[in-house]
Design a protein around this ligand. Structure first.
Ligand code: ASP
Length: 338
């Protein structure tokens, strides 16, 4: 009898060792997480119909799902954030890729960046008008060039050479955005509203992920701000301002009034607070978004993940399109403040 039990335990031990060596047990135990946003803004609940809310929620869930499939299979956080961001870029619901806002000249100029928390490599493109998925061009800059940020024609030529899909600028057109632009111009003429109207929701997109290998990545993509001057570049393609990732601290993707996010180096400020002040991700994000930016009258928010898979979604507006999924099974998508 004892002999039989001994054989069984030996068999179980061998099976466990086999699984351990094949990496299966290790991978199953390591957490993964993905958090995304589709922009922040001061949006009245009544301004969105139940159908519109459903549409936003479904698109956020689709992006989360695509990223989770990658993370669950042991894929990289870089692949996960790129996949989620591409889905949001392709949707006219958000101000990135198709459906981007118009600048003062009635054109779409797109910015995006991506960063790898393991290597601290980063890539970005800014002011591009023909790149279908700017986030994929940013990744090519990171992986296949010695540079971090390429702008305008130079970025477009590089993207083309790298096999990134190039489209006619008309591809980005969305009637709703055009109406918003026309209204912006009318208000400018009447001088009835300021350059950045507080009620205009922003709609930049972003994703931050932690993979089962313990690596963090962050991605941010945007059309910028409606009515921006030709050539204006916001915080989204600026590493440390609108996007940052480090396995030593956290990954952050931001949305909001870019000039403030650049001046306050928002994404890196959150990471630096964790690193040098030993603040938790939640405390660091709260301070920067809810105190520092609020004191300056700046609108916006961030999503972030630290190396322990803590997820933070902090914003100082009434809404931020957002959602997350964790390997623990916790998940959800939200628009308004809870
Ligand atoms: N941060 C973006 C910019 O200033 C805008 C946004 O997040 O909606 O370009």
């Amino acid at each position: 009898m004892q002999d039989k039990t001994g054989h069984i335990s030996k068999f179980i031990a061998i099976c466990f060792l086999f699984l351990l060596l094949s990496g299966k047990v290790l991978i199953a135990e390591k957490p993964y997480a993905i958090v995304i946003h589709g922009g922040a803004g001061n949006i009245a609940r009544e301004s969105l119909s139940p159908e519109q809310i459903e549409e936003y929620n479904m698109k956020l869930a689709e992006a989360l799902n695509a990223a989770e499939i990658i993370l669950k299979a042991g894929g990289t956080s870089l692949d996960a954030v790129e996949a989620a961001t591409r889905i949001l870029e392709d949707s006219p619901l958000f101000n990135a890729g198709k459906g981007a806002v118009f600048n003062i000249d009635g054109k779409n100029e797109l910015d995006a960046s991506i960063m790898c928390g393991e290597t601290h490599n980063a890539g970005a493109v800014a002011g591009v008008t023909t790149v279908k998925n700017p986030i994929s061009a940013a990744r090519k800059v990171m992986e296949n060039s010695p540079h971090v940020l390429l702008t305008g024609k130079g970025a477009e030529t590089f993207a083309y050479e790298q096999g990134i899909e190039i489209v006619d600028p008309g591809y980005f057109f969305d009637q709703r955005r055009w109406n918003q632009y026309r209204e912006f111009i009318r208000n400018q003429v009447n001088r009835s509203r300021s350059y950045l109207d507080e009620d205009v929701k922003m709609g930049t997109v972003g994703a931050v992920a932690l993979d089962v290998h313990g690596n963090i990545a962050a991605a941010t993509s945007t059309g910028g701000m409606v009515g921006k001057r030709y050539g204006r570049i916001g915080d989204s393609p600026i590493i440390g301002a609108g996007n940052y990732a480090s396995n030593l601290s956290c990954g952050v993707s931001a949305t909001g009034h870019g000039e403030y996010f650049i001046r306050n180096i928002v994404a890196y400020d959150i990471a630096a607070r964790m690193l040098y002040k030993e603040q938790s991700l939640q405390d660091a994000a709260f301070h920067v978004i809810r105190e520092k930016l609020v004191e300056q009258g700046a609108n916006g928010g961030i999503i972030a993940i630290d190396k322990d898979a803590n997820v933070v979604m902090e914003f100082n507006t009434t809404a931020m399109f957002r959602g997350f999924v964790k390997s623990t099974g916790e998940k959800g998508v939200w628009i308004f403040e809870e």
